[in-house]
Write a protein that binds this ligand. Structure first.
Ligand SMILES: Cc1cc2nc3c(=O)[nH]c(=O)nc-3n(C[C@H](O)[C@H](O)[C@H](O)COP(=O)(O)OP(=O)(O)OC[C@H]3O[C@@H](n4cnc5c(N)ncnc54)[C@H](O)[C@@H]3O)c2cc1C
Length: 440
């Protein structure tokens, strides 16, 4: 068998697939268009750049993201091990120093003799075996090609990213360190709101001047539907749903009592962006407000009155294809059986999900893998992409709701989630995984 393959896109899915295939003896040509051509959200030349949050979410086995990580490691994934070696404190989440993570992934790719990395934009689909992993910000030229080759079957949506502020500009007399319900090492900084402060903040969000949709569209995207993906809803759009929406959602105060034991009316959390904690992300504050409005409104947050912004929130293009309509069950295109699709463009949503997608496609190609146990999150993500009704298809992230029901479900939610995880890992043949243990 000819073991040569092209991978287009050196992001999370592309790098995971490249490393797996190279170790399985495949000769990989990995094409990455940056830094020659940047995307609207990437800012470095590194492979596997995390474009927004530096968190890969929880490592606990009673969370869907924690289980997905354990599954990926049980199946031989490599990027999460690298992430683990670049951890920054974030309670029980796996948050990383994003530059270090990307540098280490790039170093692993460069050190792999079976991978040749070529910095070039690919605008047409190759005629040889290829994995397309160009992500949610696939270049316009490639999107044009896909629209010509695949017809009108693909969809588009937009979502938003949160601002980052300078650590030294935080007023520590007004904020406190605490993880929700004290689960973790008090890595989050918390900004507590009184009722009056909260209502003023919500009112300001409602009044704030926004970018107009057309300002983000280019010629190719002009006229397409301007939809937000529910999980990335801008904070001002959430505020529009009702005055209490934020304090029942991203700003909920439960488990975040102030040091004097009082329960605030609402809490906004700040999460470290890097190991040195020189920058903090305003959790849940993704926005399409104009920069001037962001400065004024986010400075209403108690403790952030003098915040200096290192990056403002923004909205961006986020594309995915209608996989159930276009793909066979091995992730190859029905119309182009030598081209495989991986990552966010295939309709999985989230860093870890994209890593998992790259891994699965690599295993399909290297080992002829045809399915994974129905009890696993990764197996269900696979099914979602290939078998959902094409008219209802939406990107999906890891959640316990996609797993088949347990026989005797315990009432206790945590126990139930742990049972899901035990069942999944047993189905993959590993029974000894513990929270945050990647050696499963
Ligand atoms: C702005 C933004 C913020 C996000 N924030 C989060 C978040 O906070 N948390 C989360 O879990 N998920 C987030 N996501 C969703 C998703 O998890 C990430 O985008 C993830 O990086 C996608 O992985 P991927 O491998 O599919 O694509 P990417 O990691 O984006 O990799 C694709 C690569 O392909 C390259 N490329 C594109 N077109 C071409 C071409 N024609 N030729 C050659 N190279 C090309 C790109 O430069 C890029 O390096 C976000 C998405 C976006 C767009």
């Amino acid at each position: 068998m000819n073991k040569e393959i092209i991978i287009i896109g050196g992001g999370l899915a592309g790098c995971e697939a490249a490393l797996y295939l190279a170790k399985a003896g495949w000769m990989v040509l990995l094409y990455e268009m940056r830094p020659e051509k940047q995307t609207p959200a990437h800012s470095t030349a590194y492979l596997a750049e995390l474009v927004c949050s530096n968190s890969l979410k929880s490592t606990r086995l009673d969370t869907a993201s924690g289980l997905l990580k354990a599954e990926i490691n049980a199946l031989g994934g490599q990027l999460l091990h690298i992430a683990d070696s670049c951890k920054v404190p974030a309670g029980q989440a796996l948050a990383v120093d994003r530059d270090l993570f990307a540098q280490k992934v790039e170093a692993s790719i460069s050190a792999e003799p079976n991978i040749e990395l070529i910095r070039q934009e690919i605008c047409i689909l190759p005629e040889v075996k290829t994995i397309l992993a160009t992500g949610p910000l696939t270049s316009d030229a490639m999107m044009q090609t896909l629209s010509q080759v695949l017809g009108e079957k693909h969809l588009f949506f937009f979502d938003a990213i949160a601002p980052i502020i300078e650590e030294t500009s935080i007023d520590y007399s007004r904020i406190y360190k605490k993880d929700r319900y004290d689960k973790g090492d008090a890595d989050y900084l918390n900004c507590a709101f009184t009722k009056e402060e909260y209502l003023s903040f919500v009112e300001a969000l409602l009044q704030g001047e926004k970018h107009a949709a057309h300002e983000f569209e280019n010629e190719f995207f002009a006229g397409l539907k301007f939809n937000f993906y529910e999980n990335c809803m801008p904070i001002e759009e959430l505020a529009r749903r009702g005055v209490d929406t934020l304090r029942h959602g991203v700003m909920k105060p439960m488990g975040l009592e102030t040091p004097d034991g009082k329960k605030p009316y609402a809490v906004l959390q700040l999460r470290a962006e890097n190991a040195d904690k020189t920058a903090y992300n305003l959790v849940g504050c993704q926005t399409m407000l104009r920069y001037g409005a962001q400065k004024a409104i986010f400075r209403l947050i108690p403790g952030l009155e003098n915040a200096e912004f290192l990056r403002f929130g923004s909205i961006h293009r986020n594309a995915y294809l209608n996989s159930p309509a276009l793909l066979k069950e091995d992730f190859s295109f029905k119309a182009l059986p030598h081209i495989y699709l991986a990552g966010q463009l295939a309709g999985v949503e989230g860093y870890v999900e994209c890593i998992g997608s790259g891994l699965v496609v690599a295993k399909v190609i290297a080992e002829g893998l045809r399915s994974l146990p129905a009890e696993t999150i990764i197996g269900q993500l696979w099914r979602h992409l290939c078998t959902t009704s094409e008219r209802k298809f939406q990107p999906i992230n890891a959640n316990f709701g996609i797993l088949p029901r347990l026989g005797n479900e315990p009432k206790d939610k945590k126990a139930k989630k742990q049972m899901f995880s035990q069942r999944s890992l047993a189905a993959l043949g590993c029974n000894n995984a513990a929270d945050g243990d990647y050696s499963a």
